[in-house]
Design a binder for this molecule. Sequence first.
Ligand code: URA
Length: 188
Amino acid sequence: MSFRDKYSEFFEQLDEKYFDEERFVPAVGPEDAEVMMIGEAPGANEVEQGEPFVGRAGEKMNDVLKDINVDRGDIYITNLVKIRPPDNRDPKSDEIEAWAPLLEKEIENVNPDIILTLGNFASRHMLDTSKGISKIHGRIFTREGQKIMPIYHPAATLYDRSKTPDLEKDLRKAFGKENTGQQKLSDL
Ligand code: URA
């Protein structure tokens, strides 16, 4: 069943001003995933390929996941807003509100062990906070019984590479792959 069919009740009630077939990108990943990632909104590459996080930010995320031995295919990856905002602007609060009921349905359906919110928009929305990501990343919060960990958006690490070790550290923590400092023989 397609994403649109699965959540048809949501799409039937969505005001048409918040929808555009040409800029729509559904979520991807297993519905029984243990980890769910929530981004902001798709960009041009995502629209072209019909999948979240396949552009530069996605490549960065893939690199970090590979470094810590996590299979991207095991993660349910979605966005706050499923339509690419025009001119790559930030999503507006009415757009986030219009798409929020769908996100709640996805969370209910996937029921992951942990939700990772990528960057300020997803983290502020899910945690109902105005605190910035640099203050709260890597900490585990509970929202309606569900664990949520805000992490840096991979795009932020492209602009500021000093954030990459924090992104990696937080992802390790989320996936239970914390670096013990132990060296492998193959590292010698
Ligand atoms: N950035 C996001 O927040 N989501 C995507 O799908 C791609 C880039």
